[in-house]
Design a protein around this ligand. Structure first.
Ligand SMILES: Nc1ncnc2c1ncn2[C@@H]1O[C@H](COP(=O)(O)OP(=O)(O)OP(=O)(O)O)[C@@H](O)[C@H]1O
Length: 267
């Protein structure tokens, strides 16, 4: 497998070893082996149901909240097994934040959307400063600085999503997981979020699930292409077909299935 020459094994932040994910008896994804590199944007692409979100949610153990969901294999974060009994999932989720498909601000003021999580996490510093810094980092400050007391829900969809990104940044994670963060946004808001991602990767490691192939090729450094195969029981099981630098995936993929998918011949 080819790797971007600018990344080395020591830059690995998250690693999966033969990761399989189950919902009850149903094996949704099998045998995923991936290294996620520091300060890079990694895109997960592939047809619906191939397990992109399932794998993403494993990285901060969000699947733990789904009854019957479990994994086989191993996931390490900074070389620690995240399923080790000593790992506190709440602390893990502080370090590995998440932004969802639909903007989901709290029904609170713009200010409180940021301050709330920080307070719960025991932040002792200057809250005004933290709120401003997070909102600035999410490229939203100029649009909201005069209305911080207004409800987060009064913002446009694109602004709400940037507020959710600011909320994720305020607790100073190391990794940000994004599950189709632009799918509910118009093209201009999408572009703003994409520009923001490019800025954020200087400080954070980002994994983004996207159905938008142009988005994956515009913003990501590495791309993982997943597909699904029919099982004997009549269901579908996802697997990782190819993981390579994004330009390899889009210009000279190693696998024919990748070529067919990125050129729009299936999926
Ligand atoms: N909470 C759940 N309970 C049971 N099965 C689930 C659950 N979430 C996902 N699945 C199943 O796991 C498989 C993978 O789903 P997942 O949402 O991870 O795929 P995806 O590639 O992200 O799809 P999409 O692109 O449509 O979001 C699917 O067969 C799906 O039905």
């Amino acid at each position: 497998m080819l790797f971007n020459t600018t990344v080395t094994a020591t830059d690995t932040v998250l690693q999966t070893d033969n990761l399989s994910v189950f919902y009850g008896n149903f094996k949704a994804v099998r045998d995923v082996n991936l290294n996620i590199y520091k300060n890079k944007i990694t895109a997960f692409i592939g047809p619906s149901g191939c397990g992109k979100s399932t794998v993403l949610r494993c990285f901060n153990r969000l699947n733990d909240l789904i009854p019957g969901a479990h994994i086989e294999g191993r996931i390490t974060f900074q070389e620690t097994d995240i399923y080790d009994r000593r790992v506190d999932p709440v602390e893990l989720r502080r370090r590995i934040g998440m932004v969802f498909q639909r903007p989901n601000p709290f029904p609170k003021s713009i200010y409180e959307n940021i301050a709330f999580g920080a307070r719960i996490n025991g932040y002792q510093g200057d809250m005004d400063e933290l709120v401003e810094r997070a909102i600035r980092q999410a490229a939203l400050w100029d649009e909201v600085k005069d209305k911080l007391k207004q409800s987060g829900l009064s913002l446009s969809g694109g602004q709400q999503q940037r507020l959710c990104i600011a909320r994720a940044l305020a607790i100073e994670p190391e990794v940000i997981l994004m599950d189709e963060p632009c799918s509910a946004l118009d093209p201009i808001s999408t572009l703003r979020v994409e520009e923001l991602l490019m800025e954020l990767k200087e400080k954070y490691t980002i994994i983004i699930v996207t159905h938008n192939m142009q988005q994956a090729s515009r913003v990501s450094d590495m791309t993982a292409f997943y597909n699904a195969q029919a099982t004997e029981k009549g269901g579908k099981m996802g697997y990782l077909v190819e993981y390579n630098p994004t330009e390899v995936i889009f210009q000279s993929p190693e696998q024919q299935a990748t070529q067919e998918y990125v050129s729009g011949r299936f999926g």
